[in-house]
Design a protein around this ligand. Structure first.
Ligand SMILES: [Zn+2]
Length: 356
């Protein structure tokens, strides 16, 4: 992913309460968002019970690998998708590993989505002068006629240089990108398979973007997202909002409320994190303020699509290093994020703007 930044700004959020921004240290403990009260949890819990009941009625619970919570998401399958991507080698644009991984992901999209296409573009990289071919991979489920349409975003490329590696000798080496790259794709690949069986109550566009992490500067990042975002104003039908998954595979992951997301989509963030708590995933998605992150959500926001970033940026010393490897990640984290997304996409009454 992109860059985190400190921000001495303070902002009024959620009913006029002020949340203090960190003024020093990227990883200082953040403040609990007190305004998210128990009062709003009850409807979500009821909705979850209703969902379980509906599944039972439809006879779909028999299909479930997780009968306790009614979800189908299989963390072991997701883990296989993560390891497979890493085994291709660093997915740096212009390399054979990038080509192989493109086919691997696109095959899954073609298999489980209602439609699948690639958005191809090129970029002349300042470091080498080489024109790099890149591909956004896009598929939809239940898209055209849904009243709520969600663009689910993750990047599939991996960073060309381990410029944050503690060892200077490694800083020209591409990163394995187990967490930063493969984890979000792994969750998406399992999710699209699961939601092919269990019809979502929303429309989903799986937007798997390229060139997020080329760098080294921010002026050469988020490339696929910028290309995609140009089409947002004329998309028909229009997407309702977006959710970005990035760096969500770390062992024992905790994904706080990213600052730009809270600023741009406060009601959505509140509803999402409230739902997570209601289904027992409150420790994975704690209602605490996280860092302000520059990431693939910003180009989408800038073109009018409110988009939230689900990211655990507390990943040093492995972030953008050669040590971003599967042993730093876990199936359990992929499973928790995947179950949350599955639950969110199958709610009987999906959240939409204006619901509060
Ligand atoms: Zn990155």
């Amino acid at each position: 992913m992109g860059q985190g930044r400190n921000n001495s700004n303070t902002s009024g959020l959620y009913g006029g309460k002020r949340l203090a921004r960190k003024t020093s240290g990227r990883y200082l403990a953040a403040l609990v968002v007190l305004a998210l009260t128990v009062a709003v949890l009850a409807p979500a819990q009821a909705a979850h019970r209703a969902k379980a009941k509906a599944h039972k009625k439809a006879g779909k619970l028999a299909l479930s690998k997780h009968k306790q919570d009614g979800t189908l998401f299989d963390e072991k399958e997701a883990w296989t998708y993560l390891v497979d991507q890493v085994n291709f080698g660093p997915r740096v644009p212009g390399t054979p590993a990038h080509d192989k991984c493109e086919n691997y992901i696109f095959d899954q999209v073609k298999k489980y989505c209602d439609d699948a296409h690639e958005q191809k573009f090129t970029y002349r990289w300042s470091k080498t002068g080489q024109v790099l071919p890149m591909q956004n991979i896009i598929g939809t489920q239940n898209w055209a006629n849904s009243p709520v349409r969600i663009v689910l975003v993750t990047h599939w490329d991996s960073r060309a240089e381990a410029d944050q590696d503690p060892n200077p000798a490694n800083r020209n080496t591409p990163i394995p990108g187990a967490n930063d790259g493969a984890s979000g794709v792994a969750v998406m690949m399992e999710l699209m398979k699961v939601l092919k069986q269990q019809a979502p109550t929303v429309g989903i566009m799986y937007f798997i973007t390229d060139g997020e992490d080329l760098g080294p500067g921010e002026d050469e990042m988020y490339l696929g997202s910028i290309v995609f975002a140009k089409g947002i104003p004329t998309m028909n039908p229009k997407p309702t909002y977006g959710i970005l998954l990035d760096m969500i595979g770390k062992k024992n992951t905790h994904i706080p409320m990213e600052y730009n997301s809270v600023q741009n989509a406060p009601d959505l963030m509140r509803a999402f994190y409230t739902h997570a708590k209601a289904i027992g995933l409150g420790s994975t998605f704690p209602m605490v303020q996280g860092d302000q992150i520059d990431d693939d959500h910003l180009p989408l926001i800038n073109k009018g699509l409110p988009t939230i970033d689900l990211i655990d940026f507390d990943y040093r010393p492995y972030w953008h290093s050669v040590n971003d490897t599967p042993d730093k990640c876990s199936p359990d984290s992929l499973g928790k994020v995947g179950k949350m997304m599955e639950s969110w996409f199958t709610m009987p009454k999906p959240w939409r703007p204006g619901m509060g």
